[in-house]
Design a protein around this ligand. Structure first.
Ligand code: GLA
Length: 402
């Protein structure tokens, strides 16, 4: 019976993506994953292809020792470049120099710390760094990942030529489910085919909405091959406007991983980056070297009040509710009826920014308690609106509780 069902799912995945969708939705092992935005660490932003068993294990240790695990970070994800070739049977071959004990040993170590293990592959014939991709090997790879104890798969979109994005991601989800292990599926399609419209239907738990983040405040630049783009933090932020209704428990818009601590922005800018990703209900995947964080960076990444906004069980993505030039107000409804609010100053001089209760969906006459999530301080009761001076490139982040 079970074998028949597996075979059927497998066949459906190959021949009929729409049937694979139906199979995914009933009692699939991936049903209850990522009910709040995934939190963890990923190797790419800091280390690119320079990954190894030792470094990943050290980083997993650092997740625990730094207090990141206590703050909610869970996944330790190896991005591109762990794989070198395929053997005669088509099995993926792990770099024997960099991962001398294989991937299961890495996964076992990560699990022994109470953390979860993620890997990366690609829906096309090669990964973005030119390593073997998953195309044509989806079921074989999924069985391998399950045997290694993989909990999270980031699946990229390089070398996908004429493939249909929705069908390709449905296929890998069906393969992962057939392998029988609950695995978070991170769709990394860069927003080209609007994955917010279909990512949830194909069992994706998160999907990139844009090209790659760059460790920089703003601006956009083309990739060296002329395709689009490397984006500063604010460029990515702007591309999230209007996508909020597609996010919810189990399925999130992904504005790419965090750059906090990588050195290209000031601490004030990193605090803004983190606050905005929190209010967007974005996955919080740190991308810095956790082994030697400055205290300022540690305090940003582990601010439990800001993280609580991100992880709120209602699962609403925040949205921009007001904008005037460089000044913006972002707001997110929380499960208890209160609102999280970020006052953002993109400009070069300090400015006063106000949030009106009406922009939060509250009546004007309401008295509400305001708490500052960076100062960790109750600011008092306010009627109608709350105003604050916000420094250049900074935020003030508060909750407003009627
Ligand atoms: C693409 C992705 C990045 C990273 C690299 C790895 O650019 O968008 O996040 O995974 O590939 O090569």
């Amino acid at each position: 019976m079970k074998t028949n069902r597996l075979a059927l799912v497998a066949l459906a995945g190959v021949l009929l993506p729409s049937a694979a969708l139906i199979a995914q939705q009933d009692d699939s092992p991936s049903k209850n994953l990522a009910l709040t935005p995934p939190m963890g660490w990923n190797s790419w932003n800091k280390f690119a292809c320079n990954v190894s068993e030792d470094m990943i294990k050290n980083m997993a240790d650092a997740v625990v020792k730094s207090g990141m695990k206590d703050a909610g970070y869970q996944y330790v994800n190896i991005d591109d470049c762990w794989q070198v070739s395929r053997d005669a049977q088509g099995n993926i071959v792990v770099d024997p120099q960099r991962f001398p004990h294989g991937m299961k040993a890495v996964g076992d170590y990560i699990h022994s710390l109470g953390l979860k293990f993620g890997v990366y592959s690609d829906a096309g014939s090669k990964t973005c760094a030119g390593r073997p991709g998953g195309l044509g090997h989806e079921y074989q790879d999924a069985i391998q990942y399950a045997a290694w104890g993989v909990d999270y798969l980031k699946y990229d979109w390089c070398h996908s030529t004429t493939q249909d994005a929705k069908a390709s991601y449905a296929n890998i989800r069906a393969a992962l489910d057939a392998a029988g292990r609950p695995i978070v599926l991170s769709i990394c399609e860069w927003g080209t085919a609007k994955p917010w419209l279909w990512g949830k239907d194909v069992g994706g738990n998160l999907w990139r909405t844009t090209g790659d983040i760059k460790d920089r405040w703003g601006g956009t630049e083309k990739w060296p091959d002329g395709t689009c783009c490397s984006n500063g933090m604010l460029a990515i932020l702007d591309m999230q406007v209007g996508l909020q209704s597609y996010a919810g428990p189990g399925h999130w818009n992904d504005p790419d991983m965090l750059e906090v601590g990588n050195g290209g922005m000031t601490d004030i800018e990193y605090r803004s980056h983190f606050s905005l990703w929190a209010i967007l209900a974005a996955p919080l995947i740190a991308g810095n070297d956790l082994r030697d964080m400055r205290p300022e960076i540690h305090d940003i990444l582990t601010n439990k009040e800001v993280i609580a906004v991100n992880q709120d069980a209602l699962g609403r993505e925040g949205e921009r509710v007001w904008k005037n030039g460089d000044l913006e107000v972002w707001a997110k409804q929380l499960k208890d009826g209160s609102r999280a609010v970020v006052l953002l100053n993109r400009g070069s001089a300090e400015q006063e920014i106000s949030v009106n209760w009406e922009d939060l969906g509250y009546p004007d006459h309401l008295n509400a308690s305001v708490r500052d999530l960076w100062q960790h301080k109750e600011l008092g009761k306010f009627a109608g609106k709350f105003s604050a001076r916000v420094g250049s490139h900074g935020v003030v982040m508060v909750t407003v509780r009627p």
